[in-house]
Design a protein around this ligand. Structure first.
Ligand code: SAM
Length: 275
């Protein structure tokens, strides 16, 4: 396990994932009944942006660093949550962002396999009765911790994509959860380096027969260099009402701030499978 998210926290891919994640959790809050969130690849939960890891890449400066003055519009809620969590000194990972959105009756379960990262995450939430932190494989957690007793909620799957076969594992995980936990919303992040593996991923999802799938994608440039993170996507299964419209306004606002003006930049929300 070589991937360390501390180098990348707050970059454009985190902004995309977390702005849509905040919208999805807000959508769960529309009903008063309790919900749960499972974050299968959770990271350390909070990132020090002045630490050597973050400074070495400086990725956050081209990401959340360009958003922090936003006060209104489609990104206002996400940016306010990030500021409230301490930006620009620190940046909230997905567990901290979700935690900030839980009501007293809701809960969060996280799994993180890296021993040091797991220890940091556990320390962050020590004594918090609404958050459980597991030291276990995220793919195993998908099976062990779904469906939720609350019968509603969100599963976030955000693997590091450092091993071969991650797109296949992701497609299989989406099908597994769709089968076990029909009412659950799933949000699954993936890199867009080159189009071919993304097309194959979408084709595998279509072939799986899972219903109601939408892919939100943003590209900073033409995705033709397989060595570079040219864009990223969030595959949403069972999207809440108006995700396609409001997710689109979030992506457009992100690109207006974070875009490179290079050829091929853009965004799309594409329906992969009908309801
Ligand atoms: C992209 S980062 C997660 C970032 C986090 N979701 C966020 O948005 O703040 C991926 C994380 O998965 C962890 N990881 C890698 N393989 C794993 C596995 N099989 N199960 C659980 N966690 C894993 C890595 O240590 C890393 O912290």
């Amino acid at each position: 396990m070589n991937y360390r998210h501390a180098f990348h926290a707050g970059n454009f891919a985190d902004c995309m994932k977390h702005a849509l994640l905040a919208w999805l959790v807000r959508a769960l809050q529309r009903k008063p009944t309790p919900f749960a969130v499972l974050d299968t690849h959770a990271g350390i939960g909070r990132y020090d942006l002045a630490a050597p890891d973050a400074e070495r890449t400086g990725e956050w400066r081209a990401g959340v660093g360009r958003l922090l003055d936003i006060q209104d519009g489609p990104l206002a809620d996400y940016v306010a949550l990030v500021r409230a969590a301490g930006a620009p000194a620190s940046y909230p990972g997905s567990p901290a962002l979700v935690r900030a959105l839980l009501r007293p009756s809701d809960r969060l379960a996280c799994s993180e396999l890296h021993s040091e990262d797991h220890a940091a995450l556990r320390a962050l939430f020590r004594g918090d009765p609404q958050v459980a932190v597991h030291h276990r494989d995220g793919w195993a957690a998908l099976k062990a911790l779904t469906p939720f007793p609350e019968k509603r909620g969100l599963v976030l799957v955000d693997p590091p994509f450092e091993k071969e076969g991650e797109f296949d594992r992701l497609a299989a995980g989406i099908a597994l959860v769709a089968h076990r936990f029909r009412a659950g919303v799933q949000a699954c992040w993936y890199p867009v380096k080159h189009r071919a593996p993304v097309r194959a991923f979408h084709a595998a999802l279509k072939a799986s027969g899972v219903r109601d799938l939408v892919a939100a994608e943003i590209w900073l440039r033409e995705p033709t260099d397989p060595q570079r993170l040219n864009g990223c996507g969030l595959l949403v299964a069972n999207p809440p009402y108006r995700f396609e419209q409001e997710g689109g306004t979030i992506l457009a606002a992100l690109l207006a701030r974070l875009g490179t003006r290079e050829a091929g930049e853009g965004w799309a929300i594409t329906r992969i499978a009908e309801e």
